[in-house]
Design a protein around this ligand. Structure first.
Ligand SMILES: *[C@@H]1O[C@H](CO)[C@@H](O)[C@H](O)[C@H]1NC(C)=O
Ligand SMILES: *[C@@H]1O[C@H](CO)[C@@H](O)[C@H](O)[C@H]1NC(C)=O
Ligand SMILES: *[C@@H]1O[C@H](CO)[C@@H](O)[C@H](O)[C@H]1NC(C)=O
Ligand SMILES: *[C@@H]1O[C@H](CO)[C@@H](O)[C@H](O)[C@H]1NC(C)=O
Ligand SMILES: *[C@@H]1O[C@H](CO)[C@@H](O)[C@H](O)[C@H]1NC(C)=O
Ligand SMILES: *[C@@H]1O[C@H](CO)[C@@H](O)[C@H](O)[C@H]1NC(C)=O
Ligand SMILES: *[C@@H]1O[C@H](CO)[C@@H](O)[C@H](O)[C@H]1NC(C)=O
Ligand SMILES: *[C@@H]1O[C@H](CO)[C@@H](O)[C@H](O)[C@H]1NC(C)=O
Ligand SMILES: *[C@@H]1O[C@H](CO)[C@@H](O)[C@H](O)[C@H]1NC(C)=O
Ligand SMILES: *[C@@H]1O[C@H](CO)[C@@H](O)[C@H](O)[C@H]1NC(C)=O
Ligand SMILES: *[C@@H]1O[C@H](CO)[C@@H](O)[C@H](O)[C@H]1NC(C)=O
Ligand SMILES: *[C@@H]1O[C@H](CO)[C@@H](O)[C@H](O)[C@H]1NC(C)=O
Length: 678
């Protein structure tokens, strides 16, 4: 016995190396003949059980009766006890001592390997009680290797029953075997290799799926498909596929496909899957800040486990369970697309994506500044951090008039025609979005800017001696700053709210610059100045002296008042000789003059006035005679009066004659009339 067991061990290993199925055993209580038992096992299981060194231990436990097993003498194509009903070679035997009964002459029971199934045993005989010798063909020995063929020796037992060819093996509750007539009704043991169903779920939608599977082993009457989740469905089919609809979206289901054979469920395949969740609804961006966005949505119809929120250009966000989310760390003024999917726990399916996009609020502009040049205001600023498309610029006069309110692309803006001398509110806000609509406005930056006041107009200056009066116009009431001076360093300044001013105590005949500025006193902001220049009215010379004269020249000299003393003025000297109808003017800078080439004995009248710019003083007159160059003219007088006494009154005649000459010459030239008696 020991020898046999030891030698079969090797074959047993080879057998198990080829198959890996988990074997299941089924004890059938209803007594049947061996053939009936085999038929039932074949239709409802796989076969009658084959015993091996491996399963004998397991099967022999708790055996309460004798059972048919799958070993029959001379089974169809194999000889003797050589092969199990499922075709496996007889690698293990556990006969009750003395069994099986052998026919005479004693024959060996031999188990040969698979590959030697058609080997001819040419001779077999017992050498001793438990040693048997066989002879096999050389060919077979060569192909199998003779060392692999072990003769199995069965001890010779005294016969109790005639050995019959219709013998089948019965497993005793002790685990040992005896052969019995195959027609005897006995319980039996079937086996089946555990069936590994293969079922797959495909074509999963929000509410349907298809489950398909591989055919079960043997004669499968039907497949029972059970679906468990929020519902429990059971369907029978002979097909290998089945569609299910009306499932709930986003829900976990377990599908089991039971091949049913002989009213027995074979091992099912359990498949769990999730239906696809539906998409979230009404995804809305509730609000945005410069760096965050608040989203809200309505949960999808059906079930879901969590939400996946994706934001372009943003690190991935963890699973989200609420129907709203605050997304932080966004960049200002950027277009973000927010995608929300409903997901199932294992993330095998996700609902259709729903997206919405929004711009975050742009950041503030920086370094907003205004500069003015000749009435043109240039507004400049720096683009904000992040993105922005453009700017809204609003120019408003102290919450009243709006001068400018436009969307603008650049970062500098030139404004013209703003009211001068007025405070403006300049507001710039960055915008994000697509022009021209749907713009998101960032926080505005405001500066106050006061335009330079407008200059005065129509400045007119009038001067008298020592005074200058300036008069000007300006459309609105204002303060004015006046500068009066003769040079850039030498000036006096006054402020007034009148539109005229008189400067007093000025030097005479001196040019003065008067500059008038409009002034916003609260801002100490001055307009451009308007300047004019005027001389103070010069004073006339004070006294004129004739310093010398002769026949043809007269020299004059004059004094000036002390106000004129330092002034750089000119003097105009005009002389007239009425008799000669001769008038001449002369401008001099000194305070004396000499006229030459005059006519002798003539009265010259002089007028001297001070000139300062276009202004002139009143003239101071004087006169002088040149020394006469005497000429004598003799006139004869013939008295023809009827009255003697008329002719005799010579004094009167002379007087009359003088009067006649005086009438003609007056005192324009030097003359005298004398009466000389002949
Ligand atoms: C076995 O023996 C029979 C008859 O003796 C013969 O016909 C047959 O060919 C042999 N088979 C082999 C494989 O040698
Ligand atoms: C069997 O093998 C032996 C030795 O290798 C050889 O001599 C003999 O011819 C072989 N027999 C056959 C039938 O191949
Ligand atoms: C199950 O079936 C699929 C195809 O229907 C096949 O690809 C897969 O290999 C099978 N799995 C097993 C364990 O049989
Ligand atoms: C998937 O299911 C839909 C609806 O149940 C059906 O119309 C379609 O033919 C199926 N496709 C496959 C490949 O089974
Ligand atoms: C499915 O078949 C089983 C028998 O295998 C039966 O008991 C059951 O009622 C059937 N179910 C349906 C839905 O037909
Ligand atoms: C099996 O499939 C066919 C079509 O493929 C269908 O007409 C039939 O109803 C199915 N039978 C069952 C029991 O599902
Ligand atoms: C399938 O689930 C059932 C319980 O419902 C369990 O007994 C069985 O072992 C499972 N089958 C597999 C292959 O996991
Ligand atoms: C989605 O929004 C629309 C319009 O705002 C509203 O009529 C509808 O009821 C909302 N749906 C849900 C599920 O809240
Ligand atoms: C955005 O809206 C949500 C919900 O209405 C609110 O809780 C949150 O304070 C708002 N955020 C801002 C910045 O307005
Ligand atoms: C924001 O970006 C998305 C995706 O690129 C685009 O479809 C959408 O029109 C953009 N929105 C605006 C206002 O430009
Ligand atoms: C505005 O610009 C002027 C000239 O460039 C500069 O002097 C001044 O400091 C700036 N003001 C501000 C507030 O930046
Ligand atoms: C400027 O224009 C925009 C759009 O045209 C308007 O919404 C805004 O109120 C205006 N600003 C002012 C100060 O009127």
């Amino acid at each position: 016995m020991d020898l046999g067991m030891g030698k079969t061990g090797i074959l047993f290993l080879i057998v198990w190396a080829c198959c890996g199925a988990e074997r299941q055993y089924f004890h059938q209580k209803n007594a049947s003949t061996w053939e009936e038992a085999r038929k039932h096992c074949q239709s409802c299981y796989k076969e009658l059980v084959s015993l091996t060194a491996d399963n004998i231990q397991f099967l022999a436990q708790n055996l309460d009766a004798d059972y048919w097993v799958g070993l029959r003498k001379n089974l169809s194509d194999s000889r003797c006890w050589s092969r199990w009903s499922n075709g496996d070679p007889l690698t293990f035997q556990n006969w009750y001592p003395g069994r099986p009964k052998l026919p005479k002459p004693n024959m060996c029971a031999v188990n040969l390997g698979d590959s030697c199934s058609n080997i001819n045993i040419t001779k077999q005989s017992y050498l001793a009680d438990d040693v048997c010798m066989i002879q096999v063909d050389e060919f077979c020995m060569n192909t199998t290797g003779v060392t692999r063929v072990y003769p199995m020796c069965i001890p010779h037992v005294e016969e109790e029953v005639e050995p019959s060819e219709n013998s089948c093996v019965t497993l005793l509750s002790s685990g040992m075997w005896i052969e019995l007539s195959c027609d005897k009704p006995l319980p039996y043991i079937c086996y089946e290799d555990r069936f590994y169903a293969n079922a797959t779920v495909s074509n999963v939608t929000v509410d349907s799926m298809t489950v398909s599977w591989m055919a079960g082993p043997g004669d499968i009457k039907l497949y029972r498909v059970e679906v468990r989740g929020d519902i429990h469905l059971t369907e029978n089919t002979t097909n290998l596929t089945m569609n299910f609809s009306d499932l709930t979206s986003g829900t976990k289901y377990r599908v089991q496909v039971f091949p049913v054979r002989c009213d027995r469920d074979l091992n099912p395949k359990n498949v769990t899957f999730y239906t696809e969740p539906k998409c979230v609804r009404n995804l809305t961006v509730i609000n945005v800040t410069i760096d965050s966005a608040f989203l809200s949505w309505v949960q999808p119809v059906g079930n879901h486990s969590f939400y996946k929120v994706t934001v372009n250009g943003h690190s991935s966000l963890p699973r989200h369970y609420n129907e709203n989310i605050q997304i932080e760390n966004l960049r200002p003024g950027e277009n973000y697309t927010f995608i929300v999917n409903a997901e199932v726990e294992d993330q095998s399916r996700s609902g259709d994506t729903v997206s919405t996009s929004a711009y975050t609020i742009p950041d503030k502009v920086s370094q907003l500044n205004a500069t003015e040049d000749k009435g043109t205001i240039t507004l400049t600023w720096m683009a904000p951090e992040g993105s922005s498309c453009c700017y809204r610029v609003c120019v408003q006069e102290e919450k009243k008039l709006i001068y400018f309110n436009k969307t603008f692309l650049g970062t500098n803006l030139t404004l013209k025609n703003l009211t001068a001398g007025t405070e403006f509110q300049l507001t710039v806000a960055a915008l994000a979005g697509l022009m021209p609509n749907d713009l998101v406005k960032g926080e505005a930056v405001t500066i106050m800017y006061t335009t330079v006041p407008s200059p005065v107009s129509n400045l007119t200056l009038n001067s008298s001696s020592g005074c200058i009066t300036a008069v000007w116009n300006h459309p609105v009431e204002n303060f004015y700053r006046l500068k009066l001076g003769q040079g850039p360093a030498d000036f006096t300044e006054i402020t007034t709210n009148e539109t005229s001013h008189t400067f007093k105590n000025l030097k005479s005949g001196v040019p003065y610059n008067v500059t008038v500025y409009t002034e916003l006193t609260n801002k100490s902001l001055l307009s451009e100045g308007v300047s004019k220049c005027i001389f103070t009215l010069p004073l006339a010379p004070e006294r004129i002296y004739v310093t010398s004269y002769n026949m043809t020249s007269i020299s004059l000299k004059w004094d000036v008042p002390k106000e004129l003393q330092d002034s750089m003025v000119n003097y105009e000297v005009k002389f007239t000789a009425d008799f000669w109808k001769h008038t001449e003017r002369m401008n001099v800078t000194e305070r004396n003059v000499t006229f030459n080439a005059l006519k002798p004995g003539t009265k010259y009248t002089f007028e001297v006035k001070t000139l300062a710019g276009v202004l002139e003083s009143e003239s101071i007159p004087t006169f002088a005679f040149t020394v006469p160059n005497n000429k004598t003219l003799i006139l004869m007088i013939q008295c023809s009066s009827v009255k003697q006494e008329d002719c005799e009154n010579k004094t009167k005649i002379l007087e009359d004659l003088k009067n006649i000459v005086r009438k003609k010459l007056q005192d324009q030239v030097t003359w005298n009339l004398e009466l000389k008696e002949k």
